[in-house]
Design a protein around this ligand. Structure first.
Ligand code: MSP
Length: 507
């Protein structure tokens, strides 16, 4: 199968936060799982550079916007790398290929008669980059950001969204999987059924953005520019190839629930107008909250790059998948990163690998005999369970299933006490079986964990001298091979020094 996965493209008005890392991590976990299933995948992420806020931040810093962008884009480019995310392309909306494609795309909509000129007056929230009707404001403030909107009155071009209401409803009725999970589908459908108003797709008198092909005095509205990235990237990510033939429309958009409407209503209507098929799924996930707060990019404590620096990309991925139940909302604490690191990664998993390798080195001179026993858990059942969970995008549930197996392996060590078996020559075959079952279980668990801990898993497989093949069918009993040269493994998750409290406050 073919599987194209996208993250939103992030606003670069500040450094990446752990909240932004969250979407990228979740998407990468899913795309890595699909690769294990043998799918042909493409994974896209990147940055959204034409927002008014970016322009203003550059001005505040006394920089030319492009100068500012080149500085900050480097930090965002680092994000997937530091999170060990396996992206195929990193798009910037200032890429020439993107700009040219957006102009062509909007021209198609214009030629189809879906764009007209009108006068716009309304409340605009620069943080949402969206207009609000007076009745949608809460005490005069943006319902999402709680800030004062700006009153904007200008000549704009409008997209005839209203003309797509019936078609969208029909498609929603035919395709209950278009938006997931079901509560988000219901929310988007209700929004459409409530009546759609045309929206402005341009901004006048603004130097920042992509000029419209039919009227260069206006630039594309930032969302009309940004959404198109999902298609534009396919046209120039691999020079000489048009990946639209391979990956459109097998696309799955991962987005936060705050930008559901743009992806589940505006974007499908724009695609219909421009003559493209609709995405396979829009998956809207909840917010990762710290306490009750949605995480803001300007707090250095929650800056994703600082956190990956301290704990490593894999530990941050693990925490994102485990701390709150994807794709629901949930509240976690930053302390729980360190706590899970010590208790689950270093202890449950890291120690299991250290103990297993140390025992093989000590009792068997580093040689593993092929001696399947009863096994510590049912690996085949684990495989089936997690496939079902991934099909429901339940990456938190799948990780919990895998962790049951990790705990079962630890329990297996305690129950079978290999150190006692080693004292008794008559029980040599039992010891071989126990050691084999441990390595065999470790292989299954490692392959299952590979989407979550892509940097760590090859090190585990190497420590037990097993193949690094990560195909899903290796989550099965009896896959481990006889091996030699196993040495006590170095700790997978060495102790992380917590910063002193006062440093944390100012970090
Ligand atoms: N630029 C737009 C998206 C354009 S896509 C064509 C945008 N950018 S953003 O930087 O504000 O947010 C990008 C993503 O980060 C959204 O999916 C948003 O939900 C996610 N998150 C930001 N903070 C978050 C949390 N605290 N928790 C989970 N995700 C959150 O919107």
């Amino acid at each position: 199968m073919r599987f194209y996965l996208t993250t939103p493209i992030y606003y670069v008005n500040a450094e990446p936060s752990i909240g932004n890392a969250y979407t990228t991590v979740a998407a990468d976990i899913v795309v890595r799982h699909r690769r294990q299933r043998g799918d042909e995948t493409f994974f896209l992420t990147g940055v959204d550079e034409h927002s008014t806020r970016v322009y203003r931040v550059a001005q505040e810093q006394g920089l030319d916007p492009y100068e500012y962008l080149d500085q900050i884009a480097v930090r965002w480019r680092e994000l997937p790398e530091r999170l060990n995310a396996s992206i195929d392309f990193f798009i910037r909306t200032s890429d020439e290929g993107h700009k040219a494609f957006v102009r062509e795309f909007l021209q198609r909509i214009y030629d189809n008669g879906d764009i007209y000129e009108g006068l716009y007056a309304g409340f605009y929230c620069v943080r949402c980059e969206a207009f609000y009707a007076a009745e949608d404001l809460i005490e005069g403030k943006c319902p999402i950001h709680g800030i004062d909107p700006e009153w904007i009155e200008e000549k704009n071009y409008f997209f005839r969204l209203s003309a797509y209401q019936e078609r969208l409803l029909k498609i929603y009725d035919e395709r209950p999987d278009l938006v997931r999970p079901a509560n988000r589908y219901n929310e988007a459908r209700a929004f459409i059924a409530g009546g759609l108003s045309d929206f402005s797709i341009s901004r006048a008198g603004q130097p920042w953005g992509i000029p419209l092909p039919w009227d260069e005095s206006q630039v594309a509205y930032v969302w009309a520019d940004a959404l198109v990235n999902y298609l534009s990237a396919l046209t120039y990510a691999r020079p000489g190839e048009d990946l639209r033939e391979t990956f459109w429309p097998v696309v799955h958009h991962f987005v936060g629930k705050d930008i559901l409407r743009f992806h589940a209503v505006y974007w499908p209507a724009m695609l219909l107008s421009a003559g493209y098929e609709l995405p396979q799924t829009v998956l809207a996930h909840g917010w990762l909250l710290l306490g009750e707060e949605k995480i803001s990019k300007t707090n250095p404590l929650v800056q994703a790059l600082n956190l990956t620096e301290r704990y490593g990309g894999d530990a941050i991925r693990f925490w994102c998948a485990r701390a709150i139940p994807f794709p629901q909302d949930g509240s976690a604490s930053l302390e729980s990163i360190g706590e899970r690191y010590d208790r689950e990664l270093a202890n449950d998993l890291g120690n299991l690998v250290s103990r297993t390798t140390a025992m093989i080195a000590r009792y068997r001179g580093g040689v593993l005999a092929r001696a399947p026993g009863e096994g510590a858990f049912d690996a085949g059942a684990l495989r089936e369970t997690i496939v079902g969970q991934f099909d429901r995008y339940d990456i938190t549930g799948a990780l919990e299933s895998i962790w049951h197996a990790v705990r079962a392996l630890n329990q297996y060590v305690e129950t079978n006490a290999p150190w006692n078996l080693a004292k008794d020559e008559a029980r040599a075959a039992d010891l071989d079986r126990v050691l084999y079952d441990l390595v065999d279980g470790l292989v299954a668990v490692s392959v299952a964990l590979a989407p979550y801990l892509p940097d760590t898993v090859p090190r585990i497989l190497d420590a037990v001298r097993q193949s690094e093949d990560l195909s899903l069918d290796r989550i099965a009993a009896g896959v481990a091979e006889a091996a030699a040269g196993i040495e006590p493994a170095a700790p997978l998750f060495p102790r992380v020094e917590e910063p002193p409290e006062d440093a944390a406050a100012t970090a």
